[in-house]
Design a protein around this ligand. Structure first.
Ligand code: JNB
Length: 833
């Protein structure tokens, strides 16, 4: 046999790097287009994108293979990032940047197009996530590769990603996102690593031939998990990590029983049931849906990934698990994959035949949990009844974990029955359920929040009892974003200016960006002029996109005021609308002395079942309509609701923004990451004292940030005597705005449609206390407007924001995870001669 066929014996030097000079790239492009795709230059341009992706994919193969060989060496400690969401966006442009072949590729493509950009835009976004949590996972993967850390991502290959948002008559409609319709050149199917996943059935307890208790999980309905690998290239370092995404399919035996009974179509139809598991991403951001299919997805991911890890472990180490915890660590992205705690116990106890205590030791030394939200509606609870039916063995295991845990609680706080009830993993009541966050905390050695305030609030509030019990488990890891995608790729003009000025080390190590600070003072007029010119060009690029998508003309001399994020009451898009109405009413009253022209852009998706969020979209659209079509308003104010906000639109939006709106009710936004993308691109923030805003404020100083609103403790204090009507009565500006809104001025032809929204603002029980911050928000907006009129000063603020964004790189975040939780060694990579 040819020994090269055996991948284990494949030497790194066996695989040659393919050449990346323009000439070779061009030849390979022509060759691939004709001989692989069977198409020619005049074809549908999508095929040009596909061809170029295949050509570039070949250029990552060698490094991918070499990285993999390093990871699987005996004794290498590895981490696994488990997430139901990876919001990757586009890949081609990102790989060109990381491989350092942007210019070569542009040159190679000259005969096809002199605008490589147009080809990159044909790639559909991989929208396998909702928002912050999913995009964070993608930024983390980028930083792990760039830091050479042996980290593998595990996720789900949804057939349909995040829905496409259509705005019709000001209302959101959802369209399915069949992103895989034309195939995906960035994935590699690996049927050789298929896993079989069990569901349902029942457990069978007996004694084995050694007289040991043994449990078998039998008569299950099984599905297959097929891995699809996606390469994650590091920046300029020859590392290519792997994101392994699982697709569900029917087992080969799926049809046997029915087939033999003669019902062939019914048997084949079962294949569908299996494939439903990975059909669609649940579009709920920060709210639980409680659907059975969702629990199936969660278990499917956890089980397939753990089996995959044990397959690799057993191959290298044999059936000896004494070093398992020393060499493996799982980071769970929120509670979504938390069933992995019970699954790991099941594998170790039932399949590998370890004692319960040994298995528990291993589990609680390998699992780590990140919390991403304090909102109570986002805390996952699964009915015990559902568990009984779907995962009967796991329910038994969870009961045992809970019994042992409650015993510990009882030892520490004897007789404290109410504490036992509060802390129990099983919630009693008419609908008994499993509290997944508690299972995650009990099963993990590390629990972290995603910004300083959020981590503090977890300890003092949400998980207070658990913090008392295990203070050492709790820690903070402030989020970040990758400067590769969010500056170097999204903002090539600024990238060129920065690198020309301070060198290009900042791309691999964003702490270097602080060298820009020196260019924010009076003496660097030339640099500031360049900075301004680039901002204007980026604003024009955004204005063109806005005109194309919304049919509204933005003038680049106006202040571009932007709020893009999921639509949610706690994020308070309504507060933004109240400010817009305030500006509109000032214009109508002729109160435009010392005016700053503004273009306000709001974008984001509402969960399809979240009625209030959908009403907010309708209100923004209707207000925009009135404002944009009122001849009294003209260029003083423009407003758009930007449809289908996604990763690739943020790549245009962030560089073109002047003012970044981060206006959540204090204590509600765990971190925010959009705030960091804007900051890096030189936008100034108007924001509350919430999430990572606090750390941004800390970095830039109050003179470079428009802070407003109640603090978290003030919000909580005010709840007891919140009186919105009194606020309206005592604040004429608010009275005018509410009057206009209630008059039906923005919904003349649909009277009453905003009554619920208005009522939500006026009730003393408004959890988001929007009106409480109105006055100070309007004041801060006026300060921002005044500051913008002094363009020289504004540019300096803009430069300082970028210059002080070093802390918000995911390279820093991941270094923190690694130093304090994962403890991995960067891998050695062979650099080719
Ligand atoms: C989320 C998120 C949280 C829970 C569910 C879905 N959270 C999504 C966001 C925070 C941001 C923060 C990012 C990254 O840490 O995206 O995480 O910057 O402040 O809001 C969820 C979904 C289904 C069930 C339960 C929870």
């Amino acid at each position: 046999m040819n020994k090269k066929i055996n991948t284990d014996q494949c030497n790194p030097s066996d695989i040659r790097e393919l050449p990346v000079d323009p000439d070779s790239l061009e030849k390979d492009f022509d060759h691939t287009l004709i001989y692989h795709l069977g198409r020619f230059l005049g074809c549908n341009p999508y095929y040009l994108y596909e061809t170029l992706s295949l050509v570039i994919r070949k250029r990552v193969m060698t490094d991918w293979r070499n990285t993999w060989l390093q990871h699987k060496k005996k004794g290498v400690r590895r981490a696994y990032y488990m997430s139901l969401e990876f919001l990757i966006g586009r890949s081609l442009g990102n790989h060109l940047l990381n491989l350092g072949i942007q210019e070569e590729t542009a040159e190679a493509m000259q005969s096809v197009t002199n605008e490589l950009e147009r080809i990159l835009e044909l790639e559909p976004d991989a929208g396998l996530g909702n928002g912050g949590l999913g995009r964070l996972a993608a930024c983390f993967m980028d930083s792990c590769a760039s830091l050479k850390l042996p980290v593998t991502g595990y996720g789900i290959r949804y057939e349909y990603g995040m829905f496409r948002q259509i705005i019709e008559d000001g209302r959101q409609l959802e369209e399915p996102d069949h992103w895989l319709r034309n195939g995906n050149p960035w994935e590699l199917e690996r049927p050789e690593y298929i896993q079989q996943i069990q569901f349902g059935g029942h457990t069978f307890h007996d004694i084995d031939h050694n007289g040991q208790q043994r449990v078998r999980w039998i008569e299950t309905d099984d599905v297959l998990a097929v891995p699809y690998d996606v390469p994650v290239s590091g920046y300029n370092n020859n590392v290519v990590n792997t994101l392994r995404l699982w697709k569900a399919t029917a087992t080969d035996l799926f049809n046997l029983a029915e087939f033999n009974a003669g019902s062939y179509p019914e048997a084949v139809a079962q294949k569908n049931d299996a494939e439903h598991i990975t059909m669609v991403l649940y579009p709920n951001d920060a709210s639980e849906c409680g659907k059975e299919l969702r629990l199936r997805q969660q278990y499917f991911l956890a089980a397939a990934s753990l089996k995959d890890i044990f397959r690799q472990w057993d191959k290298v180490e044999g059936r000896n698990y004494s070093n398992f915890a020393a060499q493996n660590v799982f980071q769970m992205n929120d509670t979504h994959p938390t069933i992995a705690v019970a699954e790991l116990m099941r594998i170790l106890v039932d399949e590998k035949r370890l004692s319960w205590d040994k298995a528990w030791q291993i589990t609680t030394r390998t699992m780590a949990y990140t919390n991403h939200t304090l909102l109570p509606e986002a805390l996952e609870r699964w009915p015990v009844r559902l568990f009984e039916r779907l995962l009967p063995r796991h329910l038994e295991i969870i009961y045992r974990i809970n019994a042992d845990f409650l015993h510990q609680v009882a030892m520490r706080w004897p007789g404290d029955v109410s504490r036992m009830q509060r802390m129990s993993i099983i919630e009693e009541g008419d609908q008994k359920s499993v509290r997944m966050a508690y299972l995650a905390i009990v099963g993990s050695f590390s629990v972290n929040g995603v910004a300083a305030l959020h981590s503090a609030l977890i300890k003092s509030g949400l998980f207070h009892d658990f913090h008392q019990m295990w203070p050492g488990k709790f820690n903070n890891k402030t989020n970040g974003v990758t400067p590769r995608r969010w500056i170097a790729h999204a903002n090539p003009l600024l990238t060129e200016l920065i690198s020309r000025t301070i060198g290009s080390e900042w791309i691999a190590d964003l702490s270097h960006i602080k060298a820009l600070n020196g260019y924010a003072s009076k003496k660097s007029a030339k640099f500031q002029q360049h900075w301004h010119q680039i901002k204007q060009q980026n604003k024009q690029r955004l204005a063109d996109l806005v005109e194309q998508e919304c049919g509204v003309k933005f003038s680049i001399d106006a202040m571009f005021d932007v709020q893009v994020k999921r639509i949610h009451e706690y994020k308070r898009q309504l507060l933004n609308v109240l400010h817009i109405i305030h500006l509109y009413s000032r214009i109508k009253h002729g109160d435009t002395h010392n005016w700053t022209n503004r273009c306000v852009l709001i974008g984001g998706k509402a969960a399809p079942g979240y009625v209030m969020a959908k009403n907010i979209i309708k209100l923004i659209s209707d207000v925009a309509n009135v404002v944009n079509n009122d001849p009294d308003v003209g260029d003083l104010l423009k407003v758009v609701f930007f449809p289908n906000y996604c990763v690739s639109s943020m790549e245009i939006i962030a560089p073109g923004t002047d003012l970044s709106e981060q206006i959540s009710t204090a204590g509600k936004e765990a971190s925010g990451t959009g705030n960091m993308k804007f900051m890096m691109n030189g936008a100034v923030t108007i924001g509350t004292y919430d999430g990572a805003n606090i750390e941004i404020l800390d970095a830039v100083g109050e003179e470079n940030f428009f802070l407003f609103g109640l603090r978290e403790n003030e919000v909580e204090e005010l709840r007891y005597h919140y009186n919105p009507q009194a606020l309206i009565d005592n604040e004429p500006r608010l009275a005018v705005v509410m009057g206009l809104l209630e008059s039906g001025h923005f919904n003349t032809y649909e009277p009453g449609i905003f009554n619920d929204l208005i009522a939500s603002l006026k009730t003393p029980h408004d959890p988001w206390m929007t009106l409480a911050d109105f006055g100070s928000y309007i004041d801060a907006q006026e300060m921002a407007a005044a500051a913008f009129r002094d363009q020289g000063h504004w540019i300096q603020m803009s430069i300082r924001n970028t210059a002080r964004s070093g802390f918000f790189s995911t390279d820093r975040t991941i270094s923190d995870y690694n130093n304090e939780i994962w403890k991995l060694e960067p891998i050695e990579v062979q650099t080719p001669e």
